[in-house]
Design a protein. Structure first.
Length: 169
């Protein structure tokens, strides 16, 4: 089992983050992007990480196995007054690290952080309805299915539903 350290992303991580997302995009069909489809380049990722420093209700956590990224989890909140209390959670763990509790620990740390940031009172996320392990993990933390976007994802000629999930802190 990996010796994983959890920490906030730093600008110097940007290249590894972009490489990680481009790689895991090809490991699973559950992400919103495919292999090499991550929408940011290294410079844009550096700017994104830098922008998080001034945001009280947004964060990017890395699960690090030495110098290798095992997983990434984020909460992004709007700057708009009426929506800033609702953070959108995103998480991905590389396939070789799945089943080791890394996703559970990333979510636990994000929820603890959100409870202490004095802004976030709700966390929301979207996940494919057929991603049973993810749905079960989110429900274990208290997320509930709030809605279903039918046929939201089209992959290899097949449609998949997307669950909209949320929880109040």
């Amino acid at each position: 089992m990996a010796q994983v350290i959890y920490r906030r992303a730093q600008e110097s991580d940007a290249g590894k983050i972009v490489d990680f997302y481009n790689f895991v995009g090809g490991e699973t069909s559950y992400l919103s992007f495919e292999k090499d489809e991550y929408p940011m380049n290294v410079k844009e990722q550096e700017e994104e990480i830098r922008s998080l420093e001034g945001k009280k209700a947004s964060i990017m956590l890395l699960a690090m196995d030495g110098e290798e990224i095992a997983g990434i989890a984020t909460i992004h909140s709007s700057a708009k007054i009426k929506a800033r209390h609702d953070g959108e959670l995103g998480i991905v763990v590389a396939k070789k690290y799945q089943g080791q509790g890394i996703g559970t620990e990333l979510i636990r740390q994000l929820i603890d952080w959100a409870k202490g940031n004095s802004v976030t009172t709700r966390i929301s996320l979207d996940t494919r309805a057929d991603n049973v392990k993810a749905v079960e993990l989110y429900m274990k933390f208290g997320f509930v299915v709030e809605g279903c976007r039918r046929n939201s994802t089209l992959l290899d000629g097949k449609y998949y539903d997307l669950y909209v999930m949320g929880m109040m802190l």
